[in-house]
Design a protein around this ligand. Structure first.
Ligand code: ZN
Ligand code: ZN
Length: 189
């Protein structure tokens, strides 16, 4: 696993939930989430699922704090995750790959996931800045993302949400204009 890609663990876990649906409800959905991460999969129990769901809330709170401008709170939360879930690094060269760093070679599945995700986020925040953490502003979404635009202008998780938000804003403007027209007509009477 590439060192930079540990931060993706954060996005993948937090975005299993939005205000409409939760796709981390049972052990099958947890296995599904872990499937693309062979280093992190293993036998999981109901307790592991609960631990993953708790971790998801903790990680989301870091993003909502950061977006609200409460950077110190966001960093405090991240630091406490780093203390709770220390990394266990190993240099690894499996499957004919070059020697590369694994951060999470021991512990339960949620511990390894938490250690990798926290370290990935810590590296991301200290390399790119905490202002890069984003929460989608589209109604009924709230998915998180890393804003990689040059001027940090991203407000949505995806093009789909950006389009939906544009349409909603356009309709709102049209309604306002229509109201203003009616208002001026009534005043003119
Ligand atoms: Zn590897
Ligand atoms: Zn979105």
């Amino acid at each position: 696993m590439d060192l930079a890609s540990y931060a993706d663990l954060v996005i993948e876990l937090v975005n299993t939930q939005d205000p409409v649906q939760d796709s981390l409800r049972d052990l099958d959905s947890l296995q599904e989430l872990l499937k693309i991460r062979p280093h992190l999969s293993g036998r999981v129990t109901r307790r592991d699922l609960d631990a993953m769901r708790d971790l998801r809330s903790e990680l989301r709170a870091i993003f909502t704090s950061a977006v609200a401008g409460h950077h110190e709170d966001a960093v405090d939360r991240l630091n406490s995750l780093l203390i709770q879930h220390p990394i266990h690094p190993q240099v690894s060269g499996h499957d004919g790959q070059d020697w590369h760093l694994h951060l999470t070679e021991s512990g339960s599945v949620p511990d390894r996931y938490a250690a990798g995700a926290s370290m990935g986020l810590a590296v991301y925040v200290s390399t790119h800045g905490i202002e890069r953490l984003g929460v989608c502003q589209a109604p009924l979404c709230g998915k998180i993302y890393f804003d990689t635009t040059a001027n940090r202008s991203r407000r949505h998780c995806s093009d789909r949400c950006a389009d939906r938000a544009n349409v909603a804003a356009y309709r709102a403007r049209r309604r306002e204009n229509a109201d203003a027209e009616i208002g001026s007509r009534e005043r003119g009477r």
